[in-house]
Design a protein around this ligand. Structure first.
Ligand code: 3HC
Length: 696
């Protein structure tokens, strides 16, 4: 038997323990070991019951995703569950950590489940463009009812041990030693001669729905609506429906086939790429292995504006006390009131208990005395985007905060190396670029300065993960990775308006591509005045946007921007006044207007962005193409099922993109569109961005 599965006896109970760190992903060796161990338990007459448990930090957290690009190897997860099904003795799953995906499906195949407190259970396949493929869609609804099962399978979110017990997914929560408790549980089942009812044979939780199948469509409707072009949710709903009208044995076969179809499809491949790219992005190749991050026991945020408040919430949400520093009592009160209001809104929506709200607000302390933060381990500056203001703040921090503390700036485009030298300890300084709203958006660009030392960098990465962010380490340049590429898109979007498109055409092309909002919809939401102020500071101009600002059209907040918004509505309406302005501007500038197809608009927006991504890679500002993908998926709404900007480029094919960029450069007379040397080289070599780092 392979080492990944251990078999031992505790009296009449066989304890089968899987051991494949770090998360016990169910791989070929483990499946083989499990089937062998289960056979052994079945054939041994002295064994009366079985416990399946896991060593390390978690019960099986799912099938091993690294095996998904290869053909399935027997025994499959389904074979493991069939071995449990065939067992005439009770099988108890002992759950801890995060039993997820195929791991939870193995547990669903067991007759009983006990869990340690704090266990979180889920079927997250949907996040990988998949659906459960080892019985989850058939067994879970039979155990906990269709509405709860549908929520778990269609959102992929985890539930707590308490929720699992209350819904019938878990039989008992055990606070003593998990495995001993599971063994005791199995002994009790044997002693009481309890019937062994398999989840697949149960029907009580589906009886109501069977009597009223139209209810299924009602439950499914909101999920189907949200699915927008995604294959997995539609398939998962179809499979859930089989619980009502297809015999379970047949439904299990169909489920497996549907899973394989999704696994081999482009959407899931792209989402799996993002899964691994996200984990890779937090790794820095030259960071010494033995570097010890600072243990951040207390943090501080300078500035109680929207950004500062949001960042403070991130720390409080993770249970870390945080001090918010402002210069005046009124601004401080306004900021803290907004934080409280945000928390109360979450509680109202049902996302948080009143007790949680109180605990979190209790972790945020406000002050106007910077001296109070002398002892903090990490300070994040989130003040006005002005280099003079930053100089003043960091000068004060330098003389206040203890040595060794990490000093971070939340600037979105200023020079982190310059800011570092506002202190006498540039080695402790880096950028931590949060995205707005900071308490919601998961992306965090960690900007490594020329002098940033490994300890500061490791601390920032560690804390980012602790507060639930997706950290990506980037280098210093104007706008870093995300905003630098965004700027290219904004310039192109304006050009398209002048050449013949209207805002709704440009936005329509990108929403059809899969973005939740197009560039002009985003600008209207964020406010046109922000980028206007920035352009003015840099002596730059955007023909259409600047004129709209001059007319007081700042976006949703003024009811008018690139679109018109009726009072109280966030729905953009095309505005004839804007159309007239755009047409007049094209005329004034002597640019002939022509019809632009949706495909042309998409290419004109995305290909120059890819080109900029190639330059960013050449300059070493991003370590890998996957980092750019993660930034655009988590920070800018690039559809995850397309795998991110650079992954998408590889799917389109670099030679085509190179040729189109060359044409754009000619048409626009803009040398910036000339394909970047890296793009040209890879295209010539028949390679993609994803191959970089492997032989360069
Ligand atoms: N397969 C392969 N590797 C996995 C994995 C999996 N299912 N889950 C995690 N890993 C790897 C990660 O890539 C990472 O590797 P690295 O250290 O080399 O970067 C390592 O395990 C640790 O993972 P995290 O850094 O994510 O650790 P966390 O503690 O932050 O999170 C977790 C743990 C919650 C388990 C998280 O890793 C996770 O969500 N994993 C994916 C779970 C999942 O999607 N399961 C379903 C798979 S599909 C399936 O089961 C199909 C079935 O229906 C047939």
């Amino acid at each position: 038997m392979p080492d990944v599965v251990e078999f031992r006896r505790e009296g009449a109970i066989a304890v089968i323990t899987v051991n494949h760190p770090p998360v016990n992903a169910l791989n070929n060796a483990m499946r083989k070991g499990l089937v062998e161990a289960l056979d052994r338990a079945r054939n041994d007459n002295d064994i009366k019951g079985v416990v399946i448990a896991a060593a390390g930090r978690t019960f099986i957290a799912g099938a091993d995703i690294t095996e998904f690009n290869q053909p399935p190897v027997s025994p499959t997860t389904i074979d493991v569950i069939e071995a449990i099904d065939a067992m005439p003795k009770p099988v108890v799953a002992a759950l801890h950590g995060t039993p997820l995906g195929g791991g939870l499906e193995v547990a669903l195949g067991c007759h009983f489940r006990v869990a340690a407190p704090g266990t979180r259970l889920g079927l997250p396949e949907i996040k990988l463009g998949l659906m459960p493929g080892a019985g989850g869609t058939q067994r879970l609804p039979r155990l906990i009812g269709m509405d709860k099962a549908m929520a778990m399978i269609l959102t992929g979110e985890q539930i707590t041990a308490d929720q699992a017990r209350d819904s019938g997914l878990v039989d008992q929560i055990v606070s003593d030693d998990l495995v001993s408790s599971a063994v005791a549980f199995a002994n009790r089942v044997v002693a009481e001669n309890r019937p062994l009812i398999r989840a697949r044979d149960r029907d009580d939780k589906l009886a109501d729905l069977r009597a009223n199948p139209a209810k299924f469509d009602e439950l499914a409707a909101p999920y189907a609506k949200r699915a927008r072009g995604l294959h997995a949710p539609a398939k998962a709903l179809e499979a859930l429906r089989w619980t009502l009208d297809v015999p379970v044995a047949e439904a299990l076969i169909r489920e497996r086939d549907a899973f394989i179809e999704l696994k081999n499809g482009a959407q899931s491949k792209a989402q799996r790429h993002i899964f691994f790219a996200e984990r890779e992005a937090a790794k820095v190749s030259d960071l010494p292995k033995d570097v010890k991050p600072v243990d951040v026991k207390r943090a501080a945020v300078i500035g109680a504006g929207t950004m500062g408040g949001g960042i403070a919430m991130c720390f409080a949400n993770a249970g870390i006390p945080v001090t918010v520093v402002e210069t005046g009592a009124d601004a401080l009160k306004r900021g803290l009131d907004l934080v409280a209001k945000n928390y109360q809104a979450s509680a109202k929506r049902g996302g948080m208990s009143a007790e949680d709200v109180e605990t979190r607000i209790g972790l945020i302390h406000g002050t106007i005395d910077i001296g109070e933060i002398a002892d903090t381990d990490m300070v994040i500056e989130a003040v006005f985007e002005d280099i003079g203001v930053k100089r003043e703040v960091f000068g004060k921090l330098d003389s206040t905060v203890k040595p060794g503390a990490v000093l971070a700036t939340n600037t979105s485009y200023l020079d982190v190396n310059e800011i570092a030298h506002f202190t006498k300890r540039p080695q402790s300084l880096l950028g931590m670029h949060f995205f707005s709203p900071a308490n919601v958006m998961r992306l965090l660009e960690i900007v490594r300065g020329a002098d940033t030392d490994p300890q500061a960098l490791a601390t920032a990465i560690g804390i980012a993960r602790k507060i639930g962010k997706v950290p990506v380490v980037v280098g210093v340049c104007h706008g870093f990775v995300g905003n630098r590429i965004l700027r290219v898109r904004s310039t192109e979007a304006e050009r398209l308006l002048l050449e013949g498109a209207l805002p709704q055409d440009v936005d329509g092309a990108l929403t059809a591509f899969g973005f939740p909002l197009g560039p002009f919809g985003v600008t209207d939401l964020a406010g046109l005045d922000i980028s206007w102020r920035m352009r003015k500071a840099q002596g730059a101009r955007a023909e259409i946007a600047d004129q709209l600002c001059e007319m007081g059209r700042f976006g949703q907040k003024t009811g008018k921007g690139f679109y018109l918004y009726e009072a109280g509505s966030r729905t953009p309406k095309p505005d004839p006044e804007v159309e007239a302005l755009i047409v007049a501007t094209s005329q004034r500038l002597g640019i002939p207007r022509r019809a632009l197809s949706r495909d042309e608009i998409t290419e004109r927006l995305l290909f120059p962005m890819i080109n900029e991504g190639a330059r960013i890679l050449e300059e070493g500002i991003a370590q890998r193409a996957g980092d750019i993908d993660v930034i655009w998926v988590y920070g800018y709404g690039f559809p995850a099922w397309r795998g991110g900007l650079m992954y998408y480029a590889d799917q389109v094919g670099l030679p085509y993109i190179r040729d189109r960029l060359t044409e754009f450069a000619k048409q626009a007379g803009d040398p910036k569109h000339e394909p970047a040397p890296l793009l040209k080289r890879l295209a010539a070599e028949g390679r993609g961005f994803g191959s970089l780092g492997k032989d360069n």
